[in-house]
Design a protein around this ligand. Structure first.
Ligand code: NAD
Length: 307
C-alpha cells in the first residue's frame, strides 16, 4: 500500500510518523510546496526505519511521484493562529485545495484512490475536494469530528472513571464551533449514559454537561494557545481512519462526507471500509440536538456558498 501525504507541516509530519509506526503501508511519499521541508521530513523519518518498520519514505518534488498511491492525505494549508477560528482559514485554504486536487487527480487512479481531507475548515474543504476531484462521495473523506469525539470520550471517561474506549459518544456536524455533542445516544459499554450514571450513583447534571461541551469546543483553541498548533490528536485520528480503510475494518467513525442529496458535508456516525464510506447512520438525537445539527449544517453550507 502506497500513501501520499500532501502538506508536511506540523500535522502532515505527525501523520507520517503515526502511519509509519503501524507498519500498515510499505511506501509513503511526502509532498509539500516547500520542497526543502518535505525532504527534511522524509530523511528524518526515513532514518527511523532501523528502529521500527522499514517503510520506504520519499519526498516528492513533483506530483508525478505520487503515482500508485491508493490513499492521499491532504494536510496542506494555513493553520489557526491563536484567536483565529477554523472559518477564518476558508478563503486561503480553498485556494490550497483548488491547487492540490487537480494535480493529485492527474496522477492517481480515479477508480481506486481515497482522499482523506484534514485541512480546515474541514467540511467545506471536503465539499471542494469532492467537487474538484469528481470522485464518488464515498471516497472523499474528512477526518470530521473524529478528534472532537475523541476529546469528548476522554473528558467523559475521566468524569465517569472508566476507559475512554468503553465510551461511545459522538460529536456531530461541523468540525468547528457549531459542532453538536450527541448526549442522547451516548453509552458506556452498551448501557445508556443516564442508566450508567444511575447505576454508579454518579451525577451528570446539565451544568456539568455544558462544561464538558465547552471543553470539547475549546480544546483546539487551548492547545494552539499553548503550543502553536495541534498535531498529535489529529495524527492519531488520521492513522485510525487509514487503518480502518486498509484493513476493511468497517468500524463506525464520525467522519465528514458529502451527502449528495443535500450537497452538504458534515460528520455523522459512518461505517468505513476498504472502499471508503459504506453507510452513513443517523443516531438518536434530542429535539435540541436535532435543531443544533440543522443549524450546524446551515453554517457549513453558508461557508461553502460564500466561496
Ligand atoms: P503547517 O503550517 O505546519 O503546515 C502546512 C503545510 O502545508 C506547510 O508545510 C506548507 O508549505 C504546506 N502547503 C501550503 N500550501 C500548499 C500547497 N498548495 N501545496 C502543497 N503544500 C502546501 O500547518 P499544520 O499545523 O500542519 O496544519 C495543516 C492543516 O491542518 C491546517 O488547515 C489546519 O487547520 C488543519 N488541521 C486540521 C485538524 C482536523 O481535526 N481536521 C487538526 C489540526 C490541524
Amino acid at each position: 500500500m502506497k500513501v501520499a501525504i500532501i502538506g508536511v507541516g506540523s500535522v502532515g509530519a505527525a501523520v507520517a510518523t503515526a502511519i509509519k509506526s503501524t507498519g500498515l503501508v510499505h511506501e509513503m511519499v511526502l509532498f509539500d510546496r516547500d520542497g526543502v521541508r518535505a525532504r527534511a521530513a522524509a530523511a528524518d523519518l526515513g532514518h527511523a526505519a532501523v528502529f521500527s518498520f522499514d517503510v520506504k519514505i520519499t519526498a516528492a518534488s513533483n506530483y508525478r511521484e505520487i503515482k500508485g498511491s491508493e490513499i492521499v492525505v491532504i494536510a496542506a494549508g494555513a493553520n489557526q493562529k491563536p484567536g483565529q477560528t477554523r472559518t477564518d482559514l476558508l478563503a486561503a485554504n480553498a485556494n490550497v485545495i483548488a491547487d492540490i486536487i487537480p494535480r493529485v487527480m492527474a496522477n492517481v487512479d480515479p477508480k481506486k484512490v481515497k482522499i482523506i481531507v484534514v485541512t480546515n475548515p474541514l467540511d467545506v474543504m471536503v465539499m471542494l475536494a469532492r467537487d474538484l476531484s469528481g470522485l464518488p462521495t464515498e471516497r472523499v473523506i474528512g477526518t470530521g469530528t473524529m478528534l472532537d469525539s475523541a476529546r469528548l470520550r476522554t473528558i467523559l471517561a475521566r468524569q465517569l472513571d472508566v476507559s475512554p474506549m468503553s465510551i461511545n459518544a459522538y460529536v456531530l456536524g461541523e468540525h468547528g464551533d457549531s459542532s453538536v455533542v450527541n448526549w442522547e445516544s451516548a453509552t458506556v459499554g452498551a448501557i445508556p449514559l443516564n442508566d450508567f450514571c444511575r447505576t454508579m450513583k454518579l451525577s451528570l447534571p446539565q451544568t456539568t454537561r455544558k462544561t464538558i461541551e465547552h471543553r470539547v469546543h475549546n480544546a483546539a483553541y487551548e492547545i494552539i494557545q499553548g503550543r502553536g498548533a495541534t498535531w498529535d490528536g489529529i495524527a492519531a485520528a488520521v492513522n485510525d481512519l487509514l487503518r480502518c480503510i486498509i484493513n476493511d475494518e468497517k468500524r463506525i467513525l464520525t467522519v465528514s462526507t458529502c451527502n449528495p442529496k443535500k450537497n452538504l458535508a458534515m460528520s455523522l456516525p459512518t461505517i468505513v471500509g476498504e472502499n471508503g464510506v459504506v453507510r452513513v447512520l443517523m443516531p438518536k438525537l434530542s429535539a435540541a440536538e436535532s435543531e443544533a445539527l440543522r443549524a450546524s449544517g446551515r453554517t457549513i453550507y453558508r461557508n461553502y456558498k460564500s466561496l
